[in-house]
Design a protein around this ligand. Structure first.
Ligand code: SAM
Length: 373
């Protein structure tokens, strides 16, 4: 990394931390403040109707309380993250948070629900569940500690955590500081199940049956990873000395072009469509598997094709967006054999379980074996 890369990296970190700290002010302004202003400008007659039938202002007060709870958690996450990731002590040196960073702070609350609440298990079971089941089936009675599983784009880290807890040697990879900082917190700094309450959907007024649905609260974490890891430490480690659980920070293609990176299984969940050029992902996955000395090497995937660069997000040009049938042909051309390819696995993603409507993905699940060398 040269100096300008280091500065860009530090800016990304500190803008993320700032977004967690700014959430309180931004959410109070955007979610409740603007509605109070609108209410104040309404006719007396309309205000009276709302007051008598809905308790409109009281509801906004309850939303403010929930925002404060979310803020407390995000500020703690940022405080721990600033230490761990060595942000400058002087916050005036921190980069300011963009609106994208602020959206990601709000999104992080939903990811916390998805990965670290008991209720999020409904989502996890539809995506991580099939991947865990397929890996268990492939390994059978084999020694799980000797099976190294890599999870690129692992979000808040629940899938690699589950793999490690189930006996595999697992590594998660992420490049988003929102995810890295928050996953670090949940994986290492929680001490009690249900230690925090999070209100991930408090910012949205759509698709609600009752006001309470907006205030859906979730106790997190549902398990204490540090306690699970402490139990694992007594167990035998991976024969090559890899920790049972680890995380890497950085763009997947960059981190895993390192020739030392060898993995027996790559597990992707809601990840492959994040690529501007999916061929780079495929080549990287192929390379880490090809370096493995295991007799069989697999790529298991469960996810959609919501091509993230399709509309030129983040000022990037559009990416290479293939339909699934073409993607399968491309993957086969790299020497993968599809032992399983199932479409239409229904899954929601970080959505309010109480909402009156939510997007359901028809995911594709595959088990692709890297053909013998
Ligand atoms: C849709 S999310 C899925 C997260 C998690 N797998 C899950 O199912 O909840 C995609 C994740 O991939 C990460 N990601 C995107 N591009 C990446 C890259 N090039 N390297 C590493 N992570 C990446 C994003 O930051 C995001 O957390």
């Amino acid at each position: 990394m040269d100096d300008s890369d280091r500065q860009a990296d530090q800016n990304a970190l500190t803008a993320t931390l700032n977004s967690f700290y700014l959430y309180r002010r931004a959410a109070h302004h955007n979610v409740t403040g603007r509605r109070r202003e609108l209410y104040a400008r309404m006719s007396e007659r309309h205000r009276a109707v709302l007051a008598q039938t809905t308790g409109f202002l009281h509801n906004l007060e309850q939303i403010d309380v929930a925002i404060d709870q979310n803020s407390g958690l995000l500020e703690l996450v940022a405080q721990i993250g600033a230490n761990e990731f060595e942000a400058p002590q002087d916050r005036s040196e921190w980069a300011s948070a963009s609106t994208v960073d602020m959206d990601k702070a709000q999104g992080t609350l939903k990811q916390i629900y998805r990965d670290w609440s008991a209720e999020g298990e409904r989502e996890r079971a539809t995506c991580y569940g099939p991947l865990l089941a397929e890996i268990d089936r492939l390994v059978g009675d084999g020694d799980r500690r000797q099976v190294r599983v890599l999870v690129p784009g692992c979000g808040l880290g629940r899938l690699p955590f589950e793999l490690a807890a189930n006996g595999y040697t697992a590594q998660g990879n992420e490049f988003s500081y929102h995810m890295l900082v928050a996953s670090y917190f949940f994986l290492n700094h929680t001490t009690l199940a249900g230690q925090f309450r999070v209100y991930p959907f408090v910012g949205s007024f759509s698709h609600l049956r009752t006001h309470d649905d907006q205030l859906a609260a979730f106790a997190v974490p549902d398990v204490v990873p540090a306690a699970v890891f402490a139990g694992l430490a007594a167990d035998d480690a991976d024969p090559a000395g890899l920790p049972r659980f680890s995380m890497t920070a950085g763009a997947f293609v960059d981190v895993y072009s390192d020739p030392a990176m060898a993995w027996d299984v790559v597990a992707t969940a809601f990840f492959i469509d994040t690529a501007p050029n999916v061929l780079e992902y495929i080549e990287t996955i192929r390379a880490v598997l090809a370096r493995s000395s295991a007799s069989k090497r697999y790529w298991v995937n469960c996810g959609p094709l919501l091509w993230h660069f399709e509309s030129g997000h983040d000022d990037q040009p559009a990416g290479i967006e293939l339909p699934m049938a073409d993607l399968v042909k491309v993957i086969e051309s790299y020497g993968f054999v599809f032992d399983k390819l199932e479409h239409g696995i229904q899954a929601a993603y970080a959505t309010n379980p109480r909402a009156q409507g939510s997007w359901v993905y028809n995911n594709t699940l595959w088990v692709a074996r890297l053909a013998d060398k």
